[in-house]
Design a protein around this ligand. Structure first.
Ligand SMILES: Nc1nc2c(ncn2[C@@H]2O[C@H](COP(=O)(O)OP(=O)(O)OP(=O)(O)O)[C@@H](O)[C@H]2O)c(=O)[nH]1
Length: 288
């Protein structure tokens, strides 16, 4: 089977090749350190990963070390609610709108119906951009004018989904308001109102992170998590950069499930994240 991670990690693997041009059976600790740093894994984590490894490292040892980063328990509980309501959260420019179109495409591809809620009412451009995606994908959207209450959008979108028997509700949210407090209050209200429209909603609060932003995206994630509690992460824009190792730093710092990785700008450009595949794609570049 064609390994989709190869596409995402293409540039990262090229960078690895520059540090370690020949594949080997074993590599030294120093080489492994250079490779991980080159792939943009943060320094502190690299040091920790190397700590328990021998001077010469084989593939199994390298695998066990990297995979350990993903071995944490997440709180999120699976839900088969209908509609399944999720809120998409993140700073402007992280790739929220594009990611919503990717999720909608994916659910449709699995035979599910979708409705979008244009909950970033702070910016007219966000409403327009999401409406264009909705039209392209042929999915309904609930949208109001700029400045209207986003909680009303949440309520109406869920009500509409219930009335029409739609499977998935995907709600956009603002990435920035006048102040951080405003943003926090707005998101909390949207969550409260979702719960009023449907018991248990929102079922998933998904954070979109720009994978090329390193520590700043990790800090954003922590801020959003403190505000409202995040259930999972989607990492975008790793295609075309050599920073594929940032996934390890994100997982290590946030200890939240990574659901999907964005692999480009089109609705079909998103893959389900699998830690094993991700680690093996990197190791394929290093070991025979
Ligand atoms: N290469 C690549 N580009 C992406 C990916 N996800 C989003 N983008 C691009 O990133 C840019 C920002 O994406 P948007 O979806 O507009 O981001 P947003 O968070 O809604 O940002 P605003 O519209 O500024 O609020 C766009 O040019 C997207 O095409 C990805 O996985 N890979």
């Amino acid at each position: 089977m064609f390994n989709l991670f190869k596409k995402v990690l293409g540039k990262t693997n090229e960078a690895i090749k520059e540090v370690a041009p020949n594949k080997k059976k074993e590599i030294s600790k120093d080489e492994f350190e250079d490779i991980l740093l080159e792939a943009d894994v943060n320094y502190e984590l690299v040091e920790r990963l190397l700590e328990d490894l021998p001077e010469n490292i084989n593939r199994v040892q390298a695998f066990n070390s990297l995979i350990s980063v993903f071995q944490y328990k997440a709180d999120w509980k699976e839900s088969d609610a209908k509609p399944f309501v999720e809120m998409i959260i993140g700073v402007n420019g992280a790739g929220k709108t594009t990611t919503i179109s990717k999720l909608a495409y994916r659910y449709q591809d699995h035979g599910k119906s979708v409705i979008l809620g244009a909950g970033d009412t702070f910016r007219a451009a966000a409403i327009e951009q999401l409406s264009r995606w909705a039209a392209k994908l042929g999915v309904p959207i609930v949208a109001t004018q700029q400045g209207h209450d986003p909680s009303a959008v949440v309520y109406d979108t869920i009500e509409s989904a219930k009335a029409k028997g739609i499977d998935h509700v995907i709600i956009d949210t603002a990435g920035r308001l006048h102040t951080q407090t405003n943003l926090s209050e707005e998101l909390k209200k949207m969550i409260r109102v979702a719960g009023k429209a449907m018991d248990g909603a929102p079922h998933r609060k998904m954070l979109v992170l720009d994978g090329t932003q390193g520590n700043s995206s990790i800090n954003q994630a922590k801020a959003f998590n403190e505000m409202i509690g995040i259930d999972g992460i989607i990492i975008t824009k790793l295609d075309g950069t050599a920073k594929g190792g940032s996934v390890l730093s994100i997982a290590d710092e946030l200890k939240m499930p990574i659901w999907y990785i964005g692999t480009g700008e089109q609705p079909s450009d998103m893959i389900r994240f699998k830690a094993n595949e991700y680690v093996n794609t990197i190791l394929d570049e290093i070991f025979i």
